[in-house]
Every structure is written in C-alpha cells, then in structure tokens.
Design a protein around this ligand. Structure first.
Ligand SMILES: Cc1ncc(COP(=O)(O)O)c(C=O)c1O
Length: 425
C-alpha cells in the first residue's frame, strides 16, 4: 500500500490550530458564542491580498467547531452566523406576532433577497425566482417547456438526477426524446467540451442541459461557450449551477444561459431549502409555471413562478444576510480562496504515489471540487476513519461505478495554519 490514512489526514488538514475550541468544549455551550471565538459582527474590510488572519475572521462566522476540517461544501455548507442570527431574529419576531403586518415585512425582504441575487449574478431582479433548491429549478424547466414528439433534449450523463432522470421521466410522459452526451475520460478543454455537445445536436434539438461544475469529476464546463453554441443553433440552455453558485464569481450577463439554477444551502452558505432560479427575459414566455397558487413575488417572472402558497418567510428573509455576508468578503476573493485551497490539494496529492486524481490538474478546468482515488485504500473506510480519527469531513463516492474514491470540497471558511502548510511541503 503506497499511501496511508495518516498521510491523507496530514494532507487534508485544513482545520484550525490547537488553540481553537474543541468539539467537546463546543458541546458544553458553557459560554457565549463570542467567548468561544465566534462572531456575527461585520467583517473587517477584505485586504487586497487577504491573509490567514483575515480568513480566520471569516472562519469565526461559522459554527462548525474549529477542530473539524470540513471539506464537504459540494454536499451542504454551514450557514454563516449572520444568516443564522437573522433567521432566529425573524422567526422569534414572527412567532411573537404572527400577524399579516409582520409577514408583509418578511415578504418584502424576499424582494431585497431578489435584488441582491440579481446584483451578485449581474442580471435583473425580473429574471430571478426564489425556489427551494436546484432540484426545483431544474424541474421547473423540464416541466414548464412545451416539448413533444419530434423534439430532442440533449443532456449530459454527468448531470444530477434532477437534470438527468427528470428529463428521461418527462420524456416518457410528454413524448420528446433525450440524447445523452457521455462523460469524457478527462476534461477535454473548452473546445473539446463544446464539440462534445455540438456533436449531439440535430435539427430537432430544443434544449441542452448541462452542469456548470460536475459533482462527479469536478470538471468546470465552458458554460459561456456551450450556451453561445446553443444560441447560435436556436437551442435553449439550462445550466445547473449547484456546484458553481456561491463559489464562482458568476456573471450570468456574460454566460447568457436561458435558465440557471442553484441552491442557497451549498456554496452561498445561506439558509437551508432555499434556491435560486434565473430565467432569461428573452425566453420567459416559453416557460409555464408548474405550481399555481398565491403569494407570488413582486416583479417579473417571480409574479408567476413564486405562487407556491405559504412559505417559511422568516428563513427566506435571511437569504439577505447570507448574500450580504459573501458580498462583504467579496465574490472574487471567495473564488480565489476556494480555488486556491483546491489547487493546494491537487498539488500535494499529485505527489503521493498511488493517488489517482479524477479532477484535471489544470486549475482553469475545475472550481473547488477535487475527486480522487486514494491509492489502494477503501474509500468507504477512509471517509469514516478521516471523520472519526482526524475530524476531517469528506464525501465518499462509495457506490460510484466510475471514478470511485473520495471528494474534497474546500471553501472560503477553511483555514491553512502555517504548521499544516509546512507538513505538506
Ligand atoms: C450538480 C448538482 N445539481 C443539483 C444538485 C441538487 O441540489 P439540491 O439538493 O440543493 O437541490 C446537486 C447536489 O449535490 C448537484 O451536485
């Protein structure tokens, strides 16, 4: 065996120093959050070149105990403390006075969230729907377009079930066909990916459904170029941004998808069960709402696509604080930090004999997900041992037929202490 669990633990050590609060101390909850080193206060201004001290300030806005190396952002992220505090405050306020007046205030905050989302994504509020998650947004597209016999939809085999199985299930119901583009053995570069999808198009193709970042390989797809290629052929584009929104400094005005979906509870570190669905103004009349009810949004497509009945308004309103928090760090700084940590892993793990990286070595071809086969170690056992013995949380690709191994997904709240860096040198 070329590599041991201890080797992995050392390489993946991105927690805090021993001076930080332990899980046990945290559990006692004896003192206030501030005394334990956590804070929901506004961050200091982000330096031009943020140092570990600054990232320590960011880290203190997350409740994950400091002795845990949480590398599971691709699955679910911790909510930032400012958003948690807003959720608590909103909830208490509402439960003390569940009147239409208080509700109206919270519903107005939904519009603030929409405005902030539009600003972050460089699009207009009229194009944003506040959904429950990426799954819902993806299904709004596959259920909402008028497709039938003779129409084809091109999907990528690496898509999440909500953007893969959802299409094949609805194809059976509505009579259209699904063409599945295979996963390439390795990231083929921008033109390689564009060609891969272009090859699957026919005159009957009505939509292409891709993932911006694959959760199975970590590949960052050339979304802008694929959307452009589709537009030139009069084909609609759906980009699943679950693994891109909140980590990449997205500019949907430049990528120009027709539909883009994301989850607030992943990389944006927002409240759970909140999502974002972008619908390009140019195609809004092509999409029918799946849910008909009341309490729609105030502007644009949200008027027809948010009529989902009563919702958790207190929690939706906290989306505002989550977005403001990431905005205060700076989206470009977040992207640079998270991708920098992923680069660190790729560089160090590439040196370990026996380790096979499924994610491409070129930093331009990935975001912040790194997937690898850990030598001859059993991924399932490794994931458990890392969690139990080293307090490092990663995801196992235990049942994967292809690319088996483990998935690391660092984010801007992870820290590299000097000693841990030197261990990797
Ligand atoms: C690419 C991709 N799309 C969609 C989803 C589903 O996200 P959610 O459960 O928030 O709807 C995931 C979940 O990991 C994902 O990786």
């Amino acid at each position: 065996m070329s590599v041991s669990r201890r080797d992995f633990a050392r390489l993946l050590a991105l927690g805090g120093s021993s001076a930080f609060v332990s899980r046990e101390a945290f559990a006692k909850q004896a003192t206030s959050l501030e005394a334990m080193g956590f804070s929901a206060a506004p961050l200091p201004r982000t330096p031009a070149e943020p140092d570990e001290k600054f990232w320590g300030e960011v880290r203190s806005r997350f409740l994950v105990p400091r002795d845990i190396g949480f590398l599971n952002a691709a699955n679910l992220c911790p909510t930032s403390l400012p958003a948690i505090e807003a959720m608590e405050k909103n909830l208490r306020h509402y439960e003390m006075n569940p009147s239409p007046e208080v509700r109206t205030v919270l519903i107005h905050a939904r519009e603030d969230a929409r405005n902030l989302l539009a600003e972050a994504l460089r699009v207009t509020p009229e194009e944003i729907v506040l959904t429950r998650n990426t799954t819902e947004g993806n299904n709004f597209v596959s259920s909402g377009l008028t497709l039938g016999p003779g129409d084809e939809v091109v999907v990528w085999a690496d898509n999440h079930p909500s953007n893969l199985g959802a299409w094949t299930t609805k194809a059976k119901r509505f009579g259209f066909s699904v063409v599945t583009v295979p996963v390439p053995p390795t990231h083929p570069g921008t033109q390689g990916y564009v060609d891969l999808f272009a090859k699957a198009f026919t005159l009957r193709t009505k939509l292409v459904a891709i993932s911006h970042v694959s959760s199975n390989s970590g590949d960052l797809l050339p979304a802008k170029e694929i959307c452009q290629m589709a537009r030139e052929r009069n084909v609609l584009s759906l980009v699943d941004g679950a693994q891109a929104f909140g980590i990449l400094d997205l500019d949907l005005g430049t990528i120009k998808p027709d539909f883009y979906t994301g989850s607030m509870h992943k990389w944006p570190c927002g409240p759970k069960e909140k999502g974002m669905f972008y619908v390009n103004k140019a195609v809004q009349e092509k999409l029918q709402p799946t849910i008909i009810g009341v309490y729609g949004g105030a502007v644009g497509i949200s008027k027809t696509f948010e009529n989902e009945g009563q919702r958790d308004d207190a929690s939706i309103a906290a989306v505002v604080e989550a977005l403001k928090f990431q905005g205060s760090v700076g989206r470009a700084a977040i992207e640079k930090r998270a991708r920098g940590l992923a680069n660190h892993f790729v560089t160090e793990l590439s040196k370990v004999s026996g380790v096979k990286l499924h994610t491409h070595a070129d930093p331009e071809r990935r975001a912040a997900i790194v997937i690898l086969q850990p030598g001859s170690l059993d991924p399932r056992k490794l994931v458990t041992a890392l969690a139990e013995k080293d307090k490092i949380v990663v995801t196992g690709r235990n049942n994967a037929q292809d690319r088996p191994g483990i998935r690391l997904a660092p984010h801007f709240y992870n820290k590299i202490s000097d000693s841990q860096l030197s261990l990797c040198a």
